[in-house]
Ligand binder design. Structure first.
Ligand code: 5RP
Length: 224
C-alpha cells in the first residue's frame, strides 16, 4: 500500500467513530481530506452531524461535501475531532502545523472530548522533532525579533515561504519552521516557546490525542 492509500484507510477508519447527532471537529490536511470525503458520503446516506472546521481550507472542502458547519461560539464542546499530524511519538505526542492550521487546531483540540489522529506510517517517530521541523505561528509585527528569541530555543528556524513571499496563515500571521535535533521534553518546549512575546502558538500537542490510527503498508495499526 502506498502512502496515499495509507492516508485513506486511516482516515476512513476514523469516521467509523462518528455517530449520528455528533458535533465533530474537522482537522486539516491531506489525510483528513479522505475523512471529509467519507463524511460527505455518510451524510448523503442520512448521517446527521455538525462540523467545526480547523481551517479555511477544511471549511471549503466541508461545504463542497455538504457537511453542515458551525462555530465554537454556538457549539463550545466538541464530542470528537479527527485530525492529522506531521509527527507522532509513542506517547501520542504530536507535531502539527505542516498545513499552517496549528492555532485553530489547538483551539479545537482543547474544546474536544476525544481526539483521533490519522496518519500514514511515515509520521511515526521515536523522538519528536527528528523528522519534521516544528511550526511556530508568530505575529508579523517584529517577527524577526521574535525569531531571534525562538532560535535561542531551537537553534535555527526558517520563515515559511521565505522573506519575498511569506506564507500568511488563516489568522494573518507568519510561520517559523524550527529545526530541532529532537524534542525529548515536548511539554517544556511547548511552554517555553509560547512564553516568547510575538509567538501565538506552536505545533507541539502534548497529551491531547486519545488514539492514533496509522495506515501502514500492512493495513491499519493503532496507538492509544
Ligand atoms: C495542519 C496539520 C496537519 O494535520 C498535518 O500537517 C498533517 O497533514 P497531512 O495529513 O497533509 O500530512 O497539522 O496544520
Amino acid at each position: 500500500m502506498n502512502i496515499e492509500q495509507q492516508k485513506k484507510i486511516a482516515a476512513e477508519k476514523a469516521t467509523e467513530e462518528v455517530k449520528n447527532g455528533m458535533i465533530l471537529g474537522l482537522g486539516t490536511g491531506s489525510t483528513v481530506y479522505y475523512a471529509l470525503l467519507k463524511l460527505g458520503e455518510m451524510i448523503r446516506d442520512g448521517l446527521n452531524i455538525i462540523g467545526i472546521p480547523t481551517s479555511e481550507g477544511t471549511e471549503k472542502i466541508a461545504l463542497e461535501q455538504n457537511i453542515p458547519l458551525s462555530t465554537l461560539t454556538t457549539h463550545p464542546t466538541i464530542e470528537l475531532t479527527i485530525d492529522g499530524a506531521d509527527e507522532v511519538d509513542a506517547k501520542l505526542n504530536l507535531i502539527k502545523g505542516g498545513g499552517a492550521a496549528l492555532v485553530r487546531e489547538k483551539i479545537i483540540a482543547n474544546a474536544s472530548k476525544r481526539i483521533v489522529i490519522v496518519v500514514d506510517e511515515s509520521k511515526v517517530s521515536q523522538v519528536l522533532g527528528t523528522t519534521f521541523s516544528l511550526p511556530v505561528e508568530v505575529i508579523r509585527f517584529g517577527w524577526d525579533a521574535t525569531q531571534r528569541e525562538v532560535n535561542r530555543i531551537c537553534g535555527k528556524s526558517d520563515l515559511r515561504g521565505g522573506i519575498e513571499d511569506p506564507l500568511i496563515t488563516d489568522n494573518g500571521n507568519y510561520i517559523l519552521d524550527c529545526h530541532f535535533e529532537g524534542i525529548p521534553e515536548p511539554d517544556k518546549i511547548e511552554l517555553q516557546l509560547n512564553n516568547i512575546p510575538g509567538v501565538v502558538e506552536n505545533g507541539i500537542f502534548v497529551d491531547r490525542a486519545d488514539k492514533v490510527i496509522i495506515g501502514t503498508s500492512n493495513g491499519i495499526k493503532y496507538m492509544e
